[in-house]
Write a protein that binds this ligand. Structure first.
Ligand code: PGA
Length: 230
């Protein structure tokens, strides 16, 4: 135990997370740094494909992503839901409708994430499965830019519900069939890699923080961000 504590006095933690996790992870680093002031942290925020690239080069201690690679031997643990929902401007005509058939999205100008994005991949595979072709008006490499474009009336899009945390009132969430696309965030690291004491401490810390978040948000945030049925 003494050795553990000593190891935590200083050290380095390298994290790489997908873009949707940047609404959640940085805020949690504050309390972690307070617990372990001697630890230097680097946080990379990139899309799914770049996370895979970093993982294959073994650049980081821990990865946070939604789609665990099936062609790499990894350890992974789901720690929080990351549902993808349909975003529209506040006064969008579909915002008052319930249970909207997914086919109706094909008439809507659509804003799509860049190739290499996990969000894009999940959206495209649902659309393919349902035989929906959307009109992609605009392709953007950032969730924030997409939100601005939606607010500016350029179209609708599908984004992680976590991108909404601070400005839910600027958008409406469309109640479209087959949505939300249910996903989770996973903590991932290469199998066979021995986690450093610091990385292990962060791993345990994050699992606890996620449990806390769920407890605090189950009744309030979650319901206020979801379309009301009936
Ligand atoms: P992205 O990842 O930033 O690559 O879209 C998000 C996700 O896969 O959930």
């Amino acid at each position: 135990k003494v050795a553990d504590l000593k190891g935590l006095k200083q050290g380095q933690l390298r994290l790489a997370v997908i873009t949707t996790a940047k609404y959640f992870i940085p805020r949690l680093l504050g309390p972690f740094c307070e617990l372990y002031p001697g630890i230097d942290i680097s946080l990379q925020v990139t899309n799914h494909e770049q996370i895979l690239e970093r993982m294959s080069q073994n650049l980081d201690d821990l990865y946070i992503m939604s789609q665990v690679p099936d062609n790499m031997d990894v350890n992974c643990e789901a720690f929080l839901e990351n549902p993808l929902i349909v975003f529209a401007p506040v006064n969008h005509p579909l915002s008052k409708e319930k249970n909207i058939p997914i086919q109706r999205l094909s008439n809507q100008p659509f804003i799509m994430r860049e190739p290499g994005s996990g969000t894009r991949r999940a959206v495209q595979s649902l659309f393919e499965e349902q035989g929906v072709t959307v009109k992609v008006k605009l392709e953007l490499g950032s969730n924030e830019a997409i939100k601005q474009a939606i607010a500016g009336g350029l179209g609708i899009s599908v984004l992680s519900r976590h991108t909404l945390l601070l400005d839910a009132s600027d958008f409406s969430i469309l109640d479209v069939q087959h949505f939300p696309i249910q996903r989770h965030w996973y903590m991932v690291y290469p199998a066979g890699k021995q986690l450093s004491i610091v990385a292990r401490a962060y791993y345990d810390y994050l699992l606890a923080a996620a449990r806390n978040f769920v407890d605090q948000n189950t009744d309030t945030t979650a319901s206020s961000l979801e379309p009301t049925h009936g």
